[in-house]
Design a protein around this ligand. Structure first.
Ligand SMILES: [Zn+2]
Length: 121
């Protein structure tokens, strides 16, 4: 799309999704590690820094496989895109029934959001 559409997605819209963990509930940041167990050799995972440093086991600090987190993330984005598509449909319906001046603005905003999400993906 045009340059003007990318400006609308520049700020604020990027939301941290629950797919890839960023912080543990305890306030510690998340570390990316590689599993060395026989069950999951070389499988990457996210782990709470606190728990990783103390080599905790059977705790309730964040632990999440990277591949699982990415699948979650993709599903979440897929859901977001579908919601946006619905929103665009609503906007389109509003445009056809609304006053002519609104046409351009709504369409560019709607497209901008969709393009922004697709590019983020
Ligand atoms: Zn923690």
């Amino acid at each position: 799309m045009s340059d003007s559409s990318s400006y609308t997605t520049g700020g604020g819209i990027r939301v941290r999704t629950p797919g890839i963990p960023i912080k543990c509930w305890c306030g510690e940041r998340i570390k990316e590690l590689i599993s060395k167990t026989n069950l999951n050799p070389y499988r990457r995972y996210y782990r709470c820094r606190y728990a990783a440093q103390r080599k905790l086991e059977n705790d309730n600090h964040i632990f999440k496989w990277v591949d699982k987190a990415f699948t979650d993330e993709i599903q979440h984005l897929d859901y977001q895109v579908r919601m946006l598509e619905e929103e665009v449909q609503v906007l389109k319906a509003t445009i056809t029934s609304g006053p002519k001046i609104m046409k351009g603005g709504c369409l560019i905003l709607g497209l901008g959001v969709v393009v922004g999400i697709l590019m983020y993906k």
